[in-house]
Design a protein around this ligand. Sequence first.
Ligand code: ADP
Ligand code: MG
Length: 177
Amino acid sequence: RTGWIEIVCGSMFSGKTEELIRRLNRAKIAKQKVAIFKPNVDTRYHDEDIVSHNALSIPSVPILESRDILALTGDCDVVGIDEAQFFDGGIVEVCNILANKGKRVIVAGLDMDFKGNPFGPMPGLMAVAEYITKVHAVCVVCGDVAHYSYRKAASQDEVLLGETDSYEARCRKCYHL
Ligand code: ADP
Ligand code: MG
């Protein structure tokens, strides 16, 4: 059987992790062997688990370099990756290798950083993926569909953790207020 790559992307609070966990749990119900990874940088909630903002969680393996995923996915059917925007550029080839081996690869990540620019390896991943799902948050200012992660804090570094106090979901109009 052939493999493929599917992407779940969107702003912060858009339900990427929720949707990733939903897809992985359904794969487990189908008795498929699942392996789940996240970049080591993401230690906001728990060292190992992937946790969504509405408190769903699933065990995962924190990874320093994208290459390390290959050795840990030998016999699994489905590979889940969260916060993919924080991985090195090698993640694109890693996902291709896994899909070429017949695995279903489900990748969740921020499509844009808080400046509205494409985030890390996400554009490359979206280019090679068979399927892309954009999920959306609710704008905290007006309630419309939110598409941007608005940074409330002053720091301009691309990576700033502790997101609930530092970022909020905003629609196109309110992002530019
Ligand atoms: P992501 O991984 O995209 O950051 P999560 O899957 O962790 O998102 O969290 C999604 C959950 O966040 C929603 O089900 C909802 O309970 C909660 N939430 C908090 N703020 C918002 C918001 N502004 N818009 C939508 N959902 C929100
Ligand atoms: Mg998430």
